[in-house]
Design a protein around this ligand. Structure first.
Ligand code: HEC
Length: 159
């Protein structure tokens, strides 16, 4: 009797803990071969230079690519923000080391608190998380709410 009560309590506690844990975003395997959406270089002097200075390339998986075209991003859509240092020398801008791999992953239920998108960023070429979903992710989301009517996605795909 007591043993059963204890087990029930433990199971309930474990379920509660699982629910309370902020849902993480996985490092998206194979993103480097996804469709290129667009690129942009943010120079010193731009208000976002401190966080996003450098050259970024955006990549979309197949579902996200369909989302760019239809305007509706289905669950399973993943977009990568590949941020590299921009080296301005000899009248050219070339790519330096990777700064961060930013990720948006769509799952309407899992990331309901942030518009159905999970936000994460991985440092350089590592799998080290810089944003943890639930904490700093709210800062990512706060800015992306500016484009709520575009499904929280700023960029457009050039046909
Ligand atoms: C101050 C505003 C702002 C914040 C904060 C911000 N973003 Fe963005 N994000 C943008 C803008 C603007 C673009 C579009 C860039 C372009 O068009 O090349 C963008 C694009 C993206 C994209 C490509 C999809 C899209 O919306 O175009 C991803 C992925 C992304 N951001 C992830 C993140 C993550 C992860 C964070 C938090 C670490 C974050 N963003 C924080 C403004 C922001």
């Amino acid at each position: 009797m007591h043993a059963r009560l204890l087990i029930t309590t433990l199971v309930a506690a474990a379920a509660g803990a699982a629910q309370a844990a902020p849902p993480e975003v996985d490092y998206p395997a194979g993103w480097r071969t996804w469709a290129h959406v667009k690129s942009m270089t943010i120079n010193p002097g731009h208000p976002l230079h401190e966080s996003f200075g450098g050259t970024h390339h955006l990549y979309a998986n197949a579902k996200a690519l369909a989302g760019y075209r239809s305007g509706r991003f289905a669950d399973g859509s993943v977009i990568v923000f590949d941020l590299l240092e921009a080296i301005n020398a000899d009248n050219t801008i070339t790519e330096g080391p990777r700064k961060v791999v930013g990720v948006m992953a769509k799952d309407a239920k899992r990331y309901a608190a942030t518009g159905g998108w999970g936000f994460e960023a991985f440092k350089g070429d590592t799998r080290e998380r810089v944003v943890t979903q639930g904490k700093a992710a709210s800062a990512c989301f706060a800015c992306h709410t500016q484009v709520k009517d575009q499904g929280y996605v700023f960029s457009k795909l050039r046909p």
